[in-house]
Design a binder for this molecule. Structure first.
Ligand code: FES
Ligand code: MG
Length: 578
C-alpha cells in the first residue's frame, strides 16, 4: 500500500519488525497477540501505541488515571491504532520517602527502556504529580519516538467552612497558625477533609501545575490540556483526543526531537516564569533539555526572567487556583498574552506551528490572567544568585518572599542536617531574631539524598507568636512549589560534596541582595581555605542497590540532577526484533 504524502507505510512502522516479517520471531509475536485475545485485523499494520500509566492506589494525584487510560485507548482505536497499556512506577510527592526526586531518574530510565525494548511506534504518557512529568518526558525524549503527554489535571479547589483552600500552600499556612496557637485540633480535623477534595494533582501553581504547563508550552500535549480539572468530563475528552493525536503523529513520524527544540525549551522557561511557577522547574527543565541534546543553563532562566512579567494570579504567589485559571482561558489564553516572547513557528503534537495552535485563544478573566500592563510582577518569578557561597548558582522565588528581606545582611545559624534542625529550631537557647539567616546543609542532591523539599525552613515557634512570618533561609535543598518565603535554594555545589555551604559557621555574616543577584558569605578567602583544609567528606550512605547507583551518578542542581550516564550524548542501538 502506498502511503499518503508525508506518511510512512505500515511496513515502515517500527512494530513491523516484531509483527510483519516471515521469520519464527514474528510468528511467535503474532501467536502471543492471539493469546492476548486480538484478531489479526485488529492490530496488524496498525501503529502500536504504548500508554504509560503512573496510576497507583497510593497516588491520590493519579488515582483517576486507570479510567483515563480507557479514554486514551478509545481515541487510539478510533484513529486506527493499537493501544497497549503499560504500568510504570508511580512517584507520589506525598508518600514516597525520602523524596520522589530520588526516583525521578529511575522512572525516566524505565520509560526509555520500555519504549525501546517493546514493539512500540508511539507513546502516550500519563502523569502529573511533580516529578512524573519530567521523568516521563526525559525518558521519552531519550527514546525519541512520537509521544503525547496527558497531564493528570488539577484536583478540585479545597474548601474549609467559607474559605477556598490551596493544597500545600494552605497546609503550610494553617500548620503555622496551629503552631502559633491561633487554631486547634477541631479546626485541623476539618481541614484534613477539606484540603484535597478529589483525585488530581495540587491545584495551586505548585510544581505539578508548573511542569504540566511547561509540557503544554513545549508542545507535547493537545491544546489546553494542562489546566483541565482531573475530574471534569473534559479531561476524558482530552485523553481521547490525545489518543487520536498520537496515531496521526506516528503516521507522520513526527518525533519528540522534532518538537523538543531549543526554541521550545526557551518558551517553556518563559511560560514557567510568567506563571510565577515552582523553582523545581529550573532543575527539571535543565534535565529535560539535556535529554533533547540542548544545554539550558541557570543564566538562561535569569536572562528570560528579565524579559517576562508574571501574569498568572495564582497561589502561592497570587490569589486564584487552577480551576479559575482553566475557565479564564487556560494555557492557550495565557500564552496568547505572551506571543511577543514566544517562538510561534515551531511544531507541536497537534499543529504545524504554535501560532496555529494559539489561533483564537482568548482570556475570559483578566484578574486571573493579567494584561501585560497590569502584571503581578514586572519580572519573572525566579532569580538566579551568584557569589562565594554558591559558585555554581542558587535560586530564589523572590515574588513569594517578603520584600524587605530581598536585601538583607544577618548572622548565620547553621543546622548540619534536617534532623538537627527539627530537634533544635524551637530551642529558646538559640535566641533567634528575625534578622538571623537560617542555614541548612546536607540536603542537596547527594546529601539529602534526593534534594528533599526542606528549603522552606520553619520559623521558630516563639518568633511565629511574635508575628514573624518570613526570614532569610538558605539551603542546598529544594522547596515545594506550594511553599513561600525568602528561601535561597539549590545552592551549588552542595555542602555534601564540599561546596562553600559546608564551611559556614554560626555567627558568620551572610548578605542576600536579589536585585544584585548576590549571595555572599562575609568571611575572607584565607579563613575559608583554612576551614576547607579541615573539612572531611562524609562517607557514602549506600553500599549497594539503587541508592549506590544514585550517589555514584547524580549531577548537581545547576545541571539538572540527571544521572551522568543518562545525560551524556551517545547512541543506543535499537534491539533486533526479527
Ligand atoms: Fe501530587 Fe502535589 S502531591 S502534585
Ligand atoms: Mg509539590
Amino acid at each position: 500500500m502506498t502511503p499518503a504524502a508525508g506518511r510512512v507505510s505500515s511496513e515502515e512502522l517500527r512494530s513491523h519488525q516484531w509483527y510483519g516479517t516471515d521469520g519464527l520471531r514474528s510468528f511467535s509475536h503474532r501467536a502471543r497477540t492471539r493469546q492476548l485475545g486480538y484478531l489479526p485485523e485488529e492490530h496488524l499494520g496498525k501503529p502500536v501505541i504504548a500508554i504509560l500509566n503512573t496510576w497507583s492506589d497510593i497516588n491520590p494525584c493519579h488515582v483517576h488515571l486507570r479510567e483515563r487510560a480507557q479514554a486514551v485507548k478509545r481515541g487510539v482505536w478510533q484513529a486506527g491504532g493499537f493501544p497497549l497499556e503499560f504500568p510504570v512506577s508511580t512517584l507520589s510527592e506525598t508518600f514516597q520517602k525520602p523524596t520522589p526526586m530520588l526516583y525521578r531518574n529511575m522512572l525516566a530510565m524505565e520509560t526509555e527502556e520500555l519504549l525501546r525494548s517493546y514493539p512500540v511506534d508511539g507513546a502516550v504518557l500519563l502523569g502529573g504529580c511533580d516529578k512524573s512529568t519530567p521523568a516521563l518526558l526525559m525518558g521519552a525524549a531519550s527514546a525519541d519516538l512520537p509521544a503525547v503527554f496527558v497531564p493528570a489535571g488539577p484536583m478540585l479547589p479545597g474548601h474549609w467552612r467559607d474559605e477556598v483552600l490551596g493544597s500545600g500552600t494552605d497546609m503550610w499556612k494553617y500548620w503555622d497558625d496551629k503552631r502559633a496557637g491561633l487554631i486547634g485540633d477541631c479546626e485541623m480535623a476539618e481541614l484534613e477533609s477539606g484540603l484535597a477534595r478529589s483525585p488530581g494533582h495540587c491545584m495551586t501553581m505548585g510544581t505539578a501545575s508548573t511542569l504540566t504547563a511547561a509540557a503544554e508550552a513545549l508542545g507535547v500535549t493537545v491544546p489546553g490540556a494542562s489546566s483541565i480539572p482531573a475530574v471534569d468530563s473534559g479531561h476524558d475528552r482530552m485523553a481521547a483526543r490525545s489518543g487520536l493525536a498520537i496515531v496521526e503523529l506516528v503516521w507522520q513520524q513526527r518525533k519528540l526531537s522534532d518538537i523538543l527544540t531549543a526554541d521550545a525549551y526557551e518558551d517553556a522557561v518563559a511560560t514557567v516564569l510568567a506563571l510565577g511557577g515552582s523553582t523545581n522547574a529550573v532543575i527539571h527543565l535543565i534535565a529535560m533539555a539535556g535529554r533533547s541534546g540542548i544545554t539550558l543553563t541557570l543564566d538562561d532562566f535569569d536572562r528570560i526572567a528579565r524579559t517576562v512579567p508574571v501574569l498568572a494570579n495564582l497561589r502561592p504567589g497570587g490569589k486564584y487556583l487552577m480551576e479559575d485559571f482553566h475557565f479564564a482561558g487556560g494555557l492557550p489564553g495565557f500564552l496568547a498574552r505572551l506571543t511577543d516572547v514566544l517562538h510561534l513557528d515551531r511544531p507541536t503534537v497537534t499543529h504545524d506551528t504554535l501560532r496555529a495552535q494559539l489561533d483564537g485563544a482568548l482570556v475570559h478573566n483578566s484578574d486571573v490572567i493579567r494584561e501585560r500592563d497590569n502584571p503581578l510582577a514586572d519580572e519573572g518569578g525566579v532569580a538566579v544568585l551568584r557569589g562565594n557561597l554558591c559558585p555554581d548558582g542558587a535560586v530564589i522565588k523572590h515574588i513569594a518572599a517578603e520584600p524587605h528581606l530581598l536585601r538583607h545582611t544577618g548572622p548565620a545559624v547553621v543546622f548540619d542536617d534536617y534532623q538537627e534542625m527539627q530537634r533544635t529550631i524551637n530551642d529558646p537557647a538559640l535566641a533567634l531574631t528575625p534578622d538571623h539567616v537560617l542555614v541548612l546543609r546536607n540536603a542537596g542532591p547527594k546529601g539529602g539524598p534526593g534534594m528533599p523539599e526542606y528549603g522552606m525552613l520553619p520559623i521558630p515557634d516563639y518568633l511565629l507568636k511574635q508575628g514573624v512570618r518570613d526570614m532569610v533561609r538558605l539551603s542546598d535543598a529544594r522547596m515545594s512549589g506550594t511553599s513561600y518565603g525568602a528561601c535561597v535554594l539549590h545552592i551549588a555545589p552542595e555542602s555534601y560534596v564540599g561546596g562553600p555551604l559546608a564551611l559556614v559557621r554560626s555567627g558568620d555574616l551572610i548578605t542576600l541582595d536579589v536585585e544584585a543577584r548576590l549571595l555572599h558569605l562575609d568571611v575572607s578567602e584565607e579563613e575559608l581555605s583554612r576551614r576547607r583544609a579541615g573539612w572531611t567528606p562524609p562517607a557514602n550512605r549506600y553500599e549497594r542497590g539503587y541508592g549506590a547507583l544514585y550517589q555514584d551518578q547524580i549531577t548537581q542542581a545547576d545541571t539538572g540532577c540527571d544521572f551522568a550516564f543518562l545525560a551524556r550524548p551517545g547512541d543506543v542501538p535499537d534491539p533486533y526484533a526479527g
